[in-house]
Ligand binder design. Structure first.
Ligand code: CAA
Length: 283
């Protein structure tokens, strides 16, 4: 299974990061989103990241131009006609993902792998929307993609060993470290991370300590690069809530119950950094 051409769906924080690391590793990348303005925003972010690498002396100017030339924009899923793999990084919503996957199944070449960057939705269910479930797989990158080394690789029920191996090899080619995980709610990363974040929110909700104190304890006491409330703002509080709900529903265990304060913030539209306000203010 030779992978040369990649389509990334979604030019948001995750999708543009994935497109950047693929282009840097030498793949031809088609970056797809619904609107031209989303693509522009994503490509501006990539250009900024690459320029910083040039400034820091990690990349030559002509290499930056070569990487940028490997990226093309697309607002039409039909452009999946000539790719070897699609990595979907659209919004975390099962209805939208299954719609995209069933369309891609019609458009992409027969040999193409269809991967999802979902952070908690079942790969097996996404795969069932296609007639090629053996070629559907989870490829879960971490935010910020250009910095974080991990990619969780999630096998659906039908994923073949050949497809798994191709994704493991591709992950290594991106200078990332693959970790194999079975298809259960939250996989490994979010099954462990999100309850910790949720517990930090409960700690705030119950008045045990201030937000700054909670973050300081975890930063200085456990050597985490960011405190859990700062990290929640960074990930997006809507995403945190969605993942907690997926865990709660998937396992049916009260230990995954989302904190009411998290629900309240999401209802208020305080979603973290992306809206300028979450547990902290970013204006
Ligand atoms: N894109 C590209 N590069 C970035 C970046 C971004 N968005 N943000 C930071 N960087 C780079 C900086 O340019 C800098 O590089 P140089 O050293 O070459 O200058 C480097 O990362 C360090 O950045 P800073 O010095 O500005 O700040 P920092 O040392 O605090 O690091 C951080 C920033 C890497 C984000 C760090 O705080 C961190 O690791 N935080 C935790 C991140 C984390 O836990 N991510 C997982 C989230 S969960 C997830 O993604 C899964 C899910 O499904 C929800």
């Amino acid at each position: 299974m030779k992978i040369n051409r990649v389509m990334v769906i979604g030019a948001g924080q995750m999708g543009s990061g994935i497109a950047q690391v693929c282009a840097q590793a030498g793949y031809e990348v088609v970056l797809n989103d619904l609107k031209e303005e989303f693509l522009e925003r994503g490509l501006n972010g990539i250009t900024k990241n690459l320029s910083r690498s040039v400034e820091k002396g990690r990349m030559a100017e002509d290499e930056k131009e070569t990487v940028l030339r490997r990226l093309t924009k697309s607002t039409d899923l039909q452009d999946a006609k000539e790719v070897d793999i699609v990595i979907e990084a659209a919004v975390e919503n099962m209805e939208i993902k299954t719609k995209i996957f069933s369309q891609l199944d019609e458009i992409a070449p027969k040999h193409a792998i269809l991967a999802s960057n979902t952070s908690s939705l079942p790969i097996t269910e996404i795969a069932a929307a296609t007639k090629r479930p053996e070629k559907v797989i989870g490829m879960h990158f971490m935010n910020p993609v250009p910095v974080m080394k991990l990619v969780e690789i999630i096998r659906g029920l039908a994923t073949t060993d050949e497809v798994y191996q191709a994704i493991e090899d591709m992950t290594k080619s991106l200078s990332k470290v693959p970790v194999e995980v079975e298809d259960f709610p939250g996989f490994v990363s979010n099954r462990i991370l999100m309850p910790m974040i949720n517990e930090a929110i409960f700690t705030l909700y119950e008045g045990v300590a201030s937000k700054e104190a909670i973050d300081e304890v975890m930063k200085l006491g456990m050597n985490h690069p960011m405190g859990p409330l700062t990290l929640a703002d960074f990930i997006g509080l809507d995403t945190c809530l969605y993942i907690m709900e997926t865990l709660h529903e998937g396992f049916g265990d009260d230990k995954y119950r989302p904190c009411p304060l998290l629900r309240k913030y999401v209802k208020a539209g305080w979603l973290g950094r992306k809206t300028g306000r979450g547990f902290y203010s970013y204006e």
